[in-house]
Design a protein around this ligand. Structure first.
Ligand code: ADP
Ligand code: MG
Length: 403
């Protein structure tokens, strides 16, 4: 390759135009200026929390609705506005946002609250009772009015104890207060709560309906204006993205991710406008992203098992097995590879019974295909085939498991 050609490759990147103006505006963590189609919910939640400004403890709220219905963003938006207002008026209101997927036990929730209130202090390894007392002392001292958001509360082990302890704080405090906002995608969660927890947490109940295609279009248009250069997204691309997301039970998160990926595809192709064609191409990628996220969220032992299957599959690529071009594996060799890998990672392999359980769970998720082996195999042998890219699984899981 001539030097000039290499220069050419580099040069193309220097003035490369992107369809994006601010790619972050499409990310799931961004809180936008406006929340179209959620005006009612913003108003309702604002009314529920407003009494905190006159020193009364707001009632606890439970919010539920499907994934991507705007529960998290509406809550963050209202609490941000509340905190800004309170600050201007010198009222000690403190919202604390907790994602229970990460802080998934009572003690982790307490550590998170304590470290928000007392940054710089280390609470790891201290007893929960001690941390609780420290939190109460700080609330009293500063007459704080806390609003604690327990997002994805269904992921919290010990919902009752946590809700009970946090709510009981109000009886022990002469100054300050603690209010709760619980959020969940699991529509049946409230039926599984014990009566006391239910009546504590569900003083108010809010249901977020899924968005329709119209709503999704508005959300996408607003976000496109913040995230993309002017005119860089065609009307057709927005409409198609909204239509696909409407089919995914009105999931705004899916819609935004699809538009973001369509922008990436357009950039890769050097196009100046995102069109339907880019959305179509991006759809595959988004579906892949979703599968990879699910894999990242699997329990560790299932991840080890899946990684073993992926590695074994890769090592067999190109070899014909049982007359098939696809790589197929027997349950016996998969168990061996799994047990070996588990030990390598310093984990005790699970017994055959659990192994079978995990295999059938992975097949339920659509990651594996499992059939009973026919004649000529040992008794319980099953034939296992991986249904997703082994290379991608290896790359995600090596990162996750070796971290
Ligand atoms: P949920 O918590 O219900 O699963 P989120 O609040 O996380 O949903 O919303 C998913 C994504 O869609 C987020 O990126 C959020 O910013 C965006 N979103 C949801 N509703 C709206 C809306 N009404 N306007 C603008 N963006 C929205
Ligand atoms: Mg959420």
């Amino acid at each position: 390759m001539a030097e000039g050609d290499i220069e050419q490759i580099f040069a193309e990147h220097i003035n490369r135009e992107s369809v994006f103006k601010n790619r972050d505006a499409l990310s799931p963590h961004y809180v936008p200026q406006n929340l179209p189609y959620r005006e009612e919910q913003v108003q309702e939640l604002s009314k529920i929390v407003a009494p905190i400004l006159s020193g009364r403890k707001p009632e606890n709220v439970f919010i539920y609705g499907k994934t991507g219905a705007g529960k998290t963003v509406v809550t963050k938006y209202v609490l941000k506005k509340l905190a800004e207002f309170a600050e201007r008026k010198n009222i000690p209101v403190r919202p604390i946002y907790i994602n229970c997927r990460i802080h998934n036990t009572r003690s982790r929730v307490f550590v998170k609250i304590a470290s928000e209130l007392m940054p710089g202090e280390n609470f790891l390894g201290l007893s929960t009772a001690y941390i609780y007392e420290k939190i109460l002392a700080r609330v009293k001292e500063e007459n704080l009015r806390l609003i604690i958001v327990l997002d994805e509360i269904d992921k919290l082990k010990g919902i009752s104890e946590t809700v009970y302890a946090l709510n009981r704080a109000n009886d022990e405090l002469e100054r300050g207060s603690v209010s709760l906002i619980g959020i969940s995608n699991v529509l049946t969660l409230k039926d599984s709560l014990d009566p006391r927890t239910k009546s504590t947490l569900l003083q108010h109940e809010m249901i977020f309906p899924p968005y329709n295609a119209e709503g999704l279009k508005r959300i996408l248009e607003d976000r496109a204006r913040e995230g993309f250069r002017e005119g860089a997204v065609s009307q057709g691309a927005i409409a198609l993205t909204a239509a696909y997301a409407a089919r995914q039970s009105g999931d705004a998160r899916y819609a935004l991710q699809l538009l973001l990926r369509a922008g990436d595809v357009a950039d890769e192709e050097g196009a100046s406008v995102v069109t339907e064609k880019h959305v179509e191409k991006a759809k595959e990628r988004v579906e892949e992203d979703i599968i990879l996220e699910m894999i990242e969220a699997l329990p560790e032992q299932e991840q080890i098992l899946l990684l073993a299957v992926a590695k074994l599959t890769l090592s067999r690529k190109g070899q014909k097995t049982f007359g098939s071009d696809d790589v197929v594996l027997t349950s016996g060799e998969v168990y061996e590879a799994y047990a070996h890998l588990a030990r390598e990672l310093g984990k005790e392999p699970v017994s055959d019974r659990w192994f079978r359980e995990y295999i059938s769970e992975l097949s339920m998720y659509g990651l594996l295909n499992v059939v009973q082996a026919g004649k000529g195999f040992r008794g319980n042998t099953r034939i296992i085939r991986l249904l997703f890219s082994p290379a991608k699984i290896v790359s995600v899981l090596e990162r996750t498991l070796m971290a």
